[in-house]
Design a protein around this ligand. Structure first.
Ligand code: ADP
Length: 436
């Protein structure tokens, strides 16, 4: 049989990217694209256009042999569509759009205390804002069949035509309970529950083949299976290739985000810690406000590289900083009023940088300690993603502070993670077919 390809499509905060992998996980094609200046005017139209342009940019012989595709989208980006036609019933509400006090109050009135669905940016608060404005009710009265979809759900719908499917990860901020694999009663009893995706699958689970229309529009084969998706940050974690409990990924970008594969689910809203389900394990995550943005305030990437070479690991700086861009920290210290601490500043910039990197290494170690205290599995190894991953001196400091091996992640693109999900879904689909 012809060798198959697997398509991962990432819709992130600033643009979209497609990665094609083969059965061995090697990248066969890769293409990225911004949303363009028209994006903000009509997000849904921009996403649809970019989806089909991304696929069109791939070699035809690759597209014709795609076995499966999976999407990731920004978390809590919510859409209201007519299930019969796919028409937008309201402009999408983006991941970072905080909803008003009335919507948050309504979420808090029904959800358990400090549930992730009560955050002002949650999918539930977005749906409640539409509910309170009468948006879906008016559309229903006019004959539409309103449905709530996440961005990744909607993109998958454009290929498989099912307007009622989501996944455990995207549905978490709506209030879906991935342990019970159901909407909790406090949610399913609401009048607007009829708008929810009624099928919520595991990320990577085979959902449906592409429609005839989507196949002819894209060149994808009719047999191409669209699989359960995920969110952009989880796709980036999946890309790193972590599979065993205790393995973690620290993302050293503008901020420092940690994600740990854990046997136990851990949620603590005070620290902004919550868990996504991945297979039979939990992906426990938290994000600190320290990270590369503070380094960038002081040094260019070139300076960071040069100064780092002068750091003498045998001589710790003795400096005790808490590098922040502005006041306020949530994880691993919950202190909204915490002030940045970057004093005293030595004359030698290399020593100053050493103090910052040592301090951030301690904060990272504290982060994993806190997760363990909250009940998560103990960290056994750490992969690094983001701009800080290239810094060997920092890696050595982190290894010393964490007491476990630290290596750069080989793959960090969310689209690569989505492609791994597509490959997993295709394998699952195939083995199910052989059993019949
Ligand atoms: P984001 O996508 O969050 O903006 P990136 O993953 O692109 O971030 O990482 C960029 C960050 O990496 C910048 O804040 C920069 O200061 C930091 N960075 C770049 N080079 C180095 C280096 N050699 N050592 C440590 N940090 C670095």
């Amino acid at each position: 049989s012809t060798s198959k390809y697997f398509l991962g499509i990432d819709f992130g905060t600033s643009g979209a990217r497609v990665t094609v992998i083969d059965d061995a996980g090697s990248t066969a094609a890769d293409h990225k694209q911004g949303y363009g200046p028209d994006g903000a005017a009509d997000w849904a139209a921009a996403w649809e256009r970019v989806l089909f342009e991304l696929v069109a940019a791939l070699p035809q012989d690759v597209v014709a042999n795609v076995g499966a595709v999976a999407f990731d989208g920004t978390s809590a980006t919510a859409m209201l569509v007519d299930a019969a036609t796919g028409r937008q019933l309201a402009p999408p509400k983006l991941y970072n759009e905080a909803q008003g006090a009335e919507a948050v109050a309504a979420a808090k009135a029904i959800a358990p205390a400090s549930h992730t669905a009560t955050a002002s940016t949650s999918t539930l608060c977005k749906l409640l804002a539409w509910h309170q404005a009468g948006t879906w009710q008016a559309a229903a009265a006019a004959g539409a069949h309103p449905r709530l979809l996440h961005q990744a759900d909607w993109l998958a719908y454009l290929l498989h035509g099912r307007p009622d499917v989501s996944d455990w990860n995207n549905a978490l901020k709506l209030g879906f309970d991935p342990a019970a694999e159901a909407y909790p009663q406090w949610l399913s009893s609401q009048e607007y529950a009829l708008l929810f995706p009624s099928t919520v699958v595991a990320p990577s689970a085979p959902v449906a083949a592409v429609t005839a229309a989507a196949a002819s529009r894209t060149g994808l084969p009719r047999s191409c299976m669209v699989c359960g998706g995920t969110t952009d940050s989880i796709a980036a974690f999946v890309a790193a290739g972590v599979s065993q409990v205790g393995e973690a990924v620290t993302s050293l970008g503008s901020t420092m985000a940690v994600k740990l594969l854990s046997e136990e689910r851990v949620d603590d809203a005070a620290y902004g810690v919550y868990s996504h389900r991945l297979g039979d394990s939990w992906l426990v995550g938290g994000a600190s406000n320290t990270g590369g943005a503070v380094l960038r305030q002081h040094f260019s990437n070139e300076q960071l590289q040069q100064l780092s070479q002068r750091i003498n690991l045998a001589q710790p700086s003795g400096l005790d900083y808490y590098p922040l861009v502005g006041p306020g920290e949530r994880f691993p210290v919950n202190d909204p009023g915490m002030q940045p601490r970057l004093m005293p500043r030595p004359d030698d910039d290399a020593l100053f940088l050493q103090g910052m990197l040592e301090s951030m290494s301690r904060i990272e170690a504290q982060a994993y300690q806190l997760l363990a205290q909250l009940g998560a599995s103990k960290v056994t190894s750490v992969l690094t993603a983001g701009g800080g991953a290239v810094n060997d001196k920092w890696t050595a400091m982190r290894e010393a502070a964490l007491g476990v091996p630290v290596r750069p992640a080989q793959q960090g693109e969310a689209s690569y993670g989505a492609a791994l999900l597509a490959r997993a879904g295709w394998r699952q689909h195939n083995s199910a077919g052989q059993q019949q």
